[in-house]
Design a protein around this ligand. Structure first.
Ligand code: KIV
Ligand code: ZN
Length: 524
């Protein structure tokens, strides 16, 4: 877009690390959160909601560390409407060059019933908490949770109070994904017209995707006057997720003719961050997902391929390179060297230090010995950023699986546990079950397997399989990922990866400190 003025600029508020991470099973480690925040900052996100500092020591430390590291973005922390939450939030975000406190309370009849406050009591609470936050920080966002199901008069009243108490951004959440585009636009427009002081603040839109309308609702809200979109990478978030950052940003870029608003996002960084969020959260992207799905730019049918060869615009409204996909996906083979690997990984969004590159290069050479052609997706699957496999307490030494047409299947496994090798042979209902039984026989634990997922990274029978597992023990949720041309080996490695992470979590946190154990609707 050219000739844009401030009123045409839409701020992108990313909440992958708060609303996204809050979705059950999407837990990220401290290092992963820092890495994702770095990528968000780098791609031009205006505001990063880095977490919910009161929720756990881990959340607090992550928000504080992200605040210290951020170079461009405003760093925001979430706080319920009580002084303790707000103070804790400020302690975490105050390190940022540009800090923001985001405080909220549920204003709809159903949400008011939870803390059991009358309308007047809640109004008083809003005045008190927003003023308190404003005394700490100049940049305050206030949200009436479940705004789209709040009585009109009461919604206007609470927003007016929050603005008078010092809020600088008013966010209108469609917490349960109930609203529709016409209502979304109308609600924001009427609020801006009605509430005294509305023209002094930025209105934001925060849409959940329960009816699949989050992107449409967010764009409609912008048409109604909102100038901040709250969103997550890959649409990660509670239940059906949030508005997907890549969708709103690309919609504004491609359809500038009817939506003349711009963002500050470098869209060529979209694919790399999408891959990283999918990997670290353990939530894969559906193949036909808009913008970042594996098939979003694939043209299979003859008629499409023919049209594409003659003129790419026949079937493409944006170029793959606009979102950071390289024109050619075929990259390297066994003769490629370390410098080529570094440069290719950098194109894919991974800037590695020498030690990390050394480890990845070893894995790359192992893969290249087994697989003739190595594609971008193969390289992405090799990445395990921020963790040093050398420090793992459990390591697979060898695995041999015997499969027959009639089970049970058998796994012979040797594990190195804290430096000592242990072996066992176990059977199971299929090779993966036998392998997991063998791991459990050597390393007893009470963790419960919540999710086991396999995906082929590329085409062909020598394709790598990426496996994600999610495990839970005493409220701690961990994910493990791995990739290998052998699905059973990838499964074993992912399972052991998750157990290694669980051991780290056991050492670092007591049970009951997980983010998801806090009731974020409780304002007391
Ligand atoms: O969906 C929601 O209402 C929220 C609030 C905390 C803003 O995430
Ligand atoms: Zn939300």
């Amino acid at each position: 877009m050219t000739n844009t003025t401030d009123k045409d600029r839409v701020l992108i508020f990313d909440t992958t690390l708060r609303d996204g991470e809050q979705s059950p099973g999407a837990t990220m480690t401290h290092t992963e959160k820092l890495e994702i925040a770095g990528l968000l900052d780098d791609m031009g996100v205006d505001i990063i909601e880095a977490g919910f500092p009161i929720a756990s020591e881990g959340d607090f430390n992550a928000v504080a560390a992200i605040s210290k590291n951020a170079t461009n973005a405003v760093i925001c922390g979430l706080a319920r409407a009580n002084l303790g939450d707000i103070d804790r939030c400020w302690e975490a975000v105050k390190h940022a060059a540009k800090p923001r406190i985001h405080t909220f309370i549920g204003t709809s009849p159903l949400h008011r019933a939870i803390p059991n406050l009358t309308m007047d009591e809640m109004a008083e609470r809003i005045e008190q908490t927003v003023s308190h936050a404003r005394n700490l920080c100049d940049n305050i966002q206030w949200s009436p949770m479940d705004a789209t199901r709040t009585e009109w008069d009461y919604l206007c009243r609470t927003i007016e109070i929050a603005i008078k108490a010092g809020a600088t951004t008013i966010n209108i959440p469609d917490t349960v994904g109930y609203t529709a585009p016409v209502e979304s636009a109308d609600l924001i427009r009427r609020l801006i017209e009605t509430v005294p002081g509305a023209d002094e603040v930025v209105f934001a839109t925060h849409c959940h995707n329960d009816l699949g309308m989050a992107t449409a609702n967010a764009l409609a809200a912008v048409a109604g006057g909102a100038r901040q979109i709250e969103c997550t990478i890959n649409g990660l978030g509670e239940r059906a997720g949030n508005t997907a950052l890549e969708e709103v940003v690309m919609a504004l870029k491609v359809r500038g003719d009817i939506m003349p608003w711009s963002t500050g996002i470098d869209t060529t960084k979209i694919m790399a961050i999408s891959h990283r969020v999918a990997t670290v959260s353990g939530f894969p992207v559906q193949f036909n997902k808009a913008i970042v799905g594996k098939n979003a730019f694939a043209h299979e049918s003859g008629i499409h391929q023919d049209g594409m060869l003659k003129n790419a615009e026949t079937f493409e409204i944006m170029r793959p390179t606009d979102v950071g996909l390289s024109e050619t996906n075929l990259v390297m083979g066994k003769h490629s060297g370390r410098a080529a690997l570094r440069s290719k990984l950098s194109d894919l969004g991974f800037d590695l230090g020498d030690n990390q590159l050394r480890d990845v290069f070893v894995r790359f050479k192992e893969l290249a010995d087994r697989k003739k052609e190595i594609f971008d997706d193969d390289l992405i699957a090799l990445m395990r950023v921020g963790e040093d496999p050398e420090n793992d307490r459990l390591k697979i030494v060898s695995l041999r699986v015997v499969c027959g047409t009639h089970g049970p299947q058998q796994a012979d496994l040797t594990l190195d546990i804290d430096g000592t090798e242990h072996s066992t042979t176990q059977t199971g209902d299929g090779p993966v079950d036998a392998t997991f039984n063998a791991v459990n026989a050597l390393f007893a634990h009470d963790a419960h397997l919540q999710l086991y997922q396999v995906h082929a990274v590329t085409e062909g029978t020598d394709a790598q399989a990426t496996v994600s597992v999610r495990m839970e023990e005493d409220g701690r949720i961990v994910t493990g990922q791995s990739a290998d041309t052998d699905t059973v080996v990838a499964s074993a490695k992912a399972y052991v990866h998750a157990l290694n992470r669980l051991l780290v979590r056991r050492e670092k946190s007591a049970p009951g400190t997980d983010t998801r154990e806090i009731n974020y609707k409780d304002v007391s």
